[in-house]
Write a protein that binds this ligand. Sequence first.
Ligand SMILES: [Fe+2]
Length: 246
Amino acid sequence: MSNRRDFLKKSSLLGLVGLTSNLISNNQLNAIESLGNQAQTNDAFTLTKLPYSYGALEPYFDKQTMEIHYTKHHQGYVDKLNALKSTNIDYASTDEIKCTHIDKSTAVAVRNNLGGHFNHTLFWTLLKPNPLGIANKPIGKLNNAINANFKTFDEFKIEFSDKALKLFGSGWCWLIVNDKGVLKIVTTPNQDNPLMQLGDERGKLILGLDVWEHAYYLKHQNKRKDYIEAWWNIINWDGCEELFSK
Ligand SMILES: [Fe+2]
């Protein structure tokens, strides 16, 4: 519990400082730390504090969608996970490791709700406000790797957007590093992710986009393409660089 209290204290202090890209980067680390602490202390799963306000991602992600997405959808996965406490969840590991143990034999409720909680926790940390509409591009080693794998950032963007747009139904589009160290763009259905032992392409998560309709329907209705285009403006590339460099 002390670890968790420390995390909450840190979140409060950080909230007083204001929003900078470094702060979001710190929050990302805190979010990951929090997931680990939950596992170590066998606490109930909880929502990790957002590193910005619901309206901070305007005009790209609207305030109402963010609030409903976080307090209803993400909270729903957390609540359902906690209701599953009596099932065989290995609490002695981080949620990232728990995801790597999920396979086709895993109970569907555990797979969906653990995936939903983990994916959304990561998703929030890989967004950042951009109220001035400043050009938003990858940095550092990840930028170099994207250029080496996809020729240019623009070509990467086209391929990622196309896969996210064409994913049938609900799911996620990801940038991963596979077991050969190669960057790949992959999609997963529902709340699965490439950490799980489910799809053909598995690997370390660098970037993820939620393409469930609940992420965009209020603002963009059925126009997933508009939502994807808006998202490129608010990707937290500092956070992606940290994940890539780990
Ligand atoms: Fe979602």
